[in-house]
Design a protein around this ligand. Structure first.
Ligand code: MTE
Ligand code: CO
Length: 425
């Protein structure tokens, strides 16, 4: 593809000039509607849904999406993991807009299946290097002063892990869908630690889940005191069982594995525990055979969600490119988009809230005349960190890694609009 064919054509925005011959292209945007001369039964006839009295208010006491949106679901990749219980599914990023992931579409990662917990029987214990070990009920926590609410992204360290050596999975749902962004309410972990009284030699925390995998992770005390939350609420209602009902730990900006679900215990200690999930898993095997130990912070990353393999381009002329960017180090500062595989870049338009450690939405309004495109996005966070190419990552980390792949993604848009996961060397 040449530099010329890939250059953006902004004709749509000067579209008034094209009106004379073009029928109904809107003067403002160049978006073309159907010609008015053909009688359209969708305009002229009374439709079925207007002939009957619809359902009343209580027909759907807990609402769900339209029956025409049934394809918008979490999906898994059958061959990816050995068992259904210890498995993962993926957020349909290409079907979503804005920055909040609907609760029913948040990807799930369970190591021992979903624990179905009666909140009246659930307890949270704080023990170890504390003055007073304590046990709380969910009701106790809801009465604590200092409740907060925040939107944060959760990204599994294994997100994009299949893509280390080359392009693999055909859809941003599968390459990037181990991320969700919801609005939490809960109390700072610090409040509970202060209540129990942390001893002066304390340095680390161990968070433990009540599920059958009894997942545990070591967390530096400093992070626990800084911004971790114990939450019971997501997107305004109680957590879903899949997301850790009735209590979950929120560890803003850090790898998803540390966000222990069905949280039942916080132990305070003076060194990390080195349990399974922080030794044999979630460490990064380097080229020389050594492993990188803790990689807590999720570095800046982005992906174009539309177009993407599951959401090809359907129309020539004006189109809206859209995507998500995030950083575990704070706010997103800027997002660049390339249409020609990284030769030329333009600054994307960020819209909506730009919150620290939250997904951030970007757009590029562009005109497509049927040329091949190689679409990429590159996130830059407020610390100035620039999302690397996959080659740059592999130069430092080798090809054995699975976790912590924040490399730049490329989508090839063909002349017929079909879109594919590719890699350019
Ligand atoms: N907590 C418990 N108790 N059990 C688990 O299996 N999985 C971890 C983490 N917390 C897990 C857990 C992993 S690897 C990730 S990526 C996130 O939860 C997934 O959170 P989600 O299911 O809300 O997407
Ligand atoms: Co994970």
């Amino acid at each position: 593809m040449t530099r010329e064919t890939a250059r953006l054509n902004r004709r749509g925005f000067l579209g008034a000039a094209g009106l004379a011959g073009a029928g109904l292209a809107s003067a403002a945007t160049g978006v073309r509607a159907a010609p008015p001369a053909t009688p359209d039964p969708l305009i002229t006839d009374v439709q079925d849904w207007a002939r009957v009295l619809g359902d009343g208010v209580q027909a759907r006491p807990y609402g769900s999406p339209s029956q025409f949106e049934k394809h918008v679901v979490r999906r898994d990749v059958e061959w990816l993991t050995a068992s259904r219980e210890s498995s993962v599914n993926f957020t349909p990023l290409h079907e979503l807009d804005g920055i909040i992931t609907p609760s029913g579409l948040c990807f799930e990662r369970h190591h021992g299946g979903i624990a179905e917990i009666d909140p009246n029987k659930h307890r949270l214990m704080i023990n170890g290097l504390v003055d007073k070990p304590m046990v709380f009920t969910v009701e106790d926590l809801k009465r604590f002063p200092g409740r907060q609410n925040h939107a944060y992204f959760l990204e599994c360290a294994a997100n994009s892990g299949m893509e280390w050596r080359g392009a693999q999975l055909n859809g941003c749902q599968f390459t990037h869908g181990m991320v969700h962004n919801v609005w939490y309410a809960g109390i700072p972990l610090k409040t509970l630690l202060d209540e129990a009284g942390v001893k002066t030699n304390a340095k680390w925390l161990l968070a433990e889940g009540a599920d059958s995998s009894a997942m545990t992770r070591s967390i530096p005390l400093e992070k626990g005191l800084k911004d971790c939350l114990v939450v019971w609420s997501m997107n305004g209602e109680m957590l879903r069982p899949e997301q850790g009902y009735p209590l979950r730990l929120v560890v803003p900006g850090w790898e998803g594995n540390m966000w222990v679900k069905w949280l039942r215990r916080i132990e305070v200690g003076d060194q990390p525990w080195h349990h399974r999930e922080e030794t044999s898993k979630y460490t990064d095997l380097l080229a020389d055979g050594r492993s990188r130990r803790f990689t807590f912070i999720m570095d800046a990353k982005s992906v174009v969600t539309n177009p993407s393999p599951q959401a090809p381009l359907k129309h020539k002329g004006p189109n809206v490119l859209s995507g998500l960017a995030w950083s575990g180090r704070g706010k997103i500062g800027r997002v660049d988009v390339s249409m020609d595989g990284g030769r030329n870049w333009q600054t994307a338009r960020i819209d909506g809230p730009v919150l620290p450690m939250s997904l951030t939405r970007f757009y590029v309004d562009f005109d497509w005349n049927g040329q091949e495109l190689m679409i990429q996005s590159r996130a830059i966070d407020e610390t100035g960190y620039v999302q690397p190419t996959k080659d740059e990552l592999r130069k430092i980390r080798g090809v054995n890694s699975i976790y912590h792949n924040n490399g730049i993604q490329t989508w090839l848009v063909r002349a017929n609009g079909e879109t594919e996961n590719v890699e350019i060397g």
